[in-house]
Design a protein around this ligand. Structure first.
Ligand SMILES: O=C(O)CCC(=O)C(=O)O
Ligand SMILES: [Fe+2]
Length: 328
């Protein structure tokens, strides 16, 4: 396996070739303002989604125009979010030998590792990852769940039960906002649909403009719930041919829809293309929870959304077990 980015960053006087981004090949002629342009990303109060038609409309508009929103009042206390960040930070701070106990196998996704190398000319992302299948519980590979830092297992487990509640509220609200039965999307995704959690660690890079933390991609999941770093921004969305930064909103969860919701909504909701920039002095850590459909479910536009005026714009697709939550 290639060296971890953390090791390269700590002992690096020259940027290894494999990380140098193909700047001008990414998504054609887009405007790239580095970290300077910030998105006015809508902020949605999750606690109002069941009772307020206005908030529901705001959600619909956010996901139609951005595919993404900042979720506040989601029911997870800020002190607990802090713990969730702490266990991730403590994991990446473990000595290299200790982290190696959790190395992912070359052909698997669970565990500690960096980019899965799929081709010789693949440009590598400036990030190390720690990926765990979290649901259903009987599919957890407990050998990858560290005992150190202490409380890692119980904190992540509790976080996931809280995330499950938000997932349900958001998916029901998304369906209702389109005048569909509220369980319409949840049913297509399947009972006991899987979820996976991935801590993304972006060490500082002396050449931030020459690398990407994560290359442009859209998530193949139904939705992704991202706990951002408390201070350091880096995530960008591609909107109207321009990269715009997602600001850090303290204690919010940044929620984006993925390809599966785009398909089920017959293209009304947009699975946003996004990427991550890195910083020359500050490290950044995020935690993404990917929520795809059950493997082998057939995903297609909701019947009610296919009309003469709004013809089907996606073919049915069979959900495949997701490799690493994203398709590039
Ligand atoms: O770390 C981030 O800000 C986003 C990561 C991401 O897009 C992903 O893990 O799919
Ligand atoms: Fe992503």
């Amino acid at each position: 396996m290639d060296k971890h980015v953390q090791d390269i960053a700590s002992d690096c006087d020259q940027l290894p070739e494999r990380f140098i981004r193909k700047q001008y090949k990414e998504y054609g002629n887009v405007i790239d303002c580095g970290l300077s342009s910030q998105a006015e990303l809508p902020v949605i109060d999750v606690s109002l989604l069941n009772s307020s038609p206005v908030e529901l409309d705001k959600l619909k508009s956010a996901v139609t125009t951005w595919g993404c929103f900042q979720a506040i009042n989601h029911g997870i206390e800020s002190l607990f979010l802090e713990k969730v960040r702490e266990i991730g930070e403590a994991f990446f701070l473990l000595p290299a030998d200790e982290k190696k106990k959790y190395l992912r196998d070359e052909d698997d996704v669970d565990g500690y590792g960096n980019d899965m190398v799929l081709s010789d000319d693949q440009v590598l992302d400036w990030t190390d990852r720690f990926y765990l299948t979290v649901l259903p519980k009987d599919q957890r590979k407990m050998q990858f769940w560290p005992q150190n830092p202490p409380h890692f297992r119980e904190v992540l487990d509790e976080y996931i039960s809280k995330i499950e509640l938000i997932y349900e509220v958001v998916l029901k609200a998304l369906a209702r906002s389109l005048n569909l039965e509220e369980d319409c999307f949840l049913n297509q995704l399947g009972t006991s649909a899987p979820k996976s959690a991935r801590y993304n660690h972006y060490p500082p890079c002396p050449w931030p403009e020459r690398v990407l933390g994560v290359k442009p991609h859209a998530d193949s999941s139904a939705i992704t719930l991202l706990l951002q770093d408390k201070e350091v921004a880096g995530l960008q969305l591609l909107k109207d041919n321009q990269w715009v930064g997602v600001p850090v909103v303290p204690n919010a969860l940044t929620i984006n829809v993925g390809d599966q919701i785009e398909i089920m909504s017959n293209g009304i909701f947009k699975s946003p293309v996004h990427r991550v920039l890195v910083n020359s002095t500050k490290e950044r850590m995020t935690l993404a929870v990917f929520c795809p459909a059950l493997s082998d479910q057939v995903i297609g536009p909701a019947d009610k959304l296919v009309t003469d005026k709004t013809p089907r714009c996606h073919k049915n697709k069979i959900s495949k077990s997701v490799l690493y939550g994203a398709c590039c």
